[in-house]
Write a protein that binds this ligand. Structure first.
Ligand code: GAR
Length: 195
C-alpha cells in the first residue's frame, strides 16, 4: 500500500476524486494526509474521509524557504512515499523539492510544455489554441518543467470560457492522476527511472 500526501490550495475537486478512488480497498494507495498553504475549502474533503490535514499558511512566513521548511517538517511526520500537488498554487523551494525528488508529482490543466504556470487554462484561451489538455509531471525546480508522466489532449470549443474549459479538463486530470498513483503504487511506473 503506497502512502500518499496531497497538497492543495483550492477547492480540491481532484483531491476528492483521488480520495474516492483510494476508498476502494482494492486501490493500491491511500491518502495519509492532506496539506494546504492556506485555509483551503478542499480541506473539508479530507474531513469527509476521516483523513488528517494540516495548513502551513504561506503568508505567515518571511521567505519561501521558511515556509518550505515547515511544510517539509509536517510532511515528514507522515512519511509519505508520494506527494501529489493537486492545485497547490505555490512554487516549492528548491530544498524541499531536492529532499523529496522524484516523489513529488503535479497535475496541470494544459498539455505541457504548452501553457505552464498559474493560468494554464486562461493562457490556452488567450493564445487561441484549438486544443489544450491535462498533464501529470514529476516536480523539479522549474515551473511545470519536470518529466511528463501522463498527458492527454482536450479540445477547446468555440464557446469556451476559462470556467467551462477548466471544468472539461479536470475530469481528464482526475483520470490521469488516479492512474498515475495506481501505477506508481503497483511499481508499473518507476519515478526514479524517468529522464
Ligand atoms: C487543477 O486543474 C490543477 O491542475 C490546477 O488547479 C486545479 C485545482 O482544482 N493546478 C495548477 O494550475 C497548477 N499550476 P481543484 O482544487 O478543484 O482540484
Amino acid at each position: 500500500m503506497l502512502n500518499v500526501a496531497v497538497l492543495i490550495s483550492g477547492t480540491g475537486s481532484n483531491l476528492r476524486a483521488l480520495l474516492e478512488a483510494a476508498d476502494d480497498p482494492s486501490f493500491p494507495a491511500r491518502v495519509v494526509v492532506v496539506g494546504a498553504d492556506r485555509e483551503a475549502d478542499g480541506l473539508a474533503h479530507a474531513d469527509d474521509f476521516g483523513i488528517p490535514s494540516f495548513t502551513v499558511p504561506y503568508t505567515r512566513y518571511a521567505t519561501r524557504e521558511q515556509w518550505g521548511a515547515e511544510l517539509d517538517a509536517q510532511l515528514r511526520v507522515w512519511n509519505p512515499e508520494l506527494i501529489v500537488l493537486s492545485g497547490l498554487m505555490r512554487l516549492l523551494p528548491q530544498t524541499l523539492v531536492d529532499a523529496w525528488a522524484p516523489r513529488i508529482i503535479n497535475t496541470h490543466p494544459a498539455y505541457l510544455p504548452e501553457f505552464p504556470g498559474a493560468h494554464g487554462v486562461r493562457d490556452a484561451l488567450a493564445a487561441g489554441a484549438e486544443q489544450t489538455g491535462a498533464s501529470v509531471i514529476i516536480v523539479d525546480n522549474g515551473v511545470d518543467a519536470g518529466p511528463i508522466i501522463a498527458q492527454e489532449r482536450v479540445p477547446v470549443l468555440p464557446d469556451d470560457d476559462e470556467h467551462t474549459l477548466h471544468e472539461r479538463i479536470k475530469p481528464v486530470e482526475r483520470r490521469l492522476l488516479i492512474d498515475v498513483v495506481r501505477r506508481v503504487a503497483t511499481g508499473e511506473l518507476d519515478l526514479t527511472a524517468q529522464p
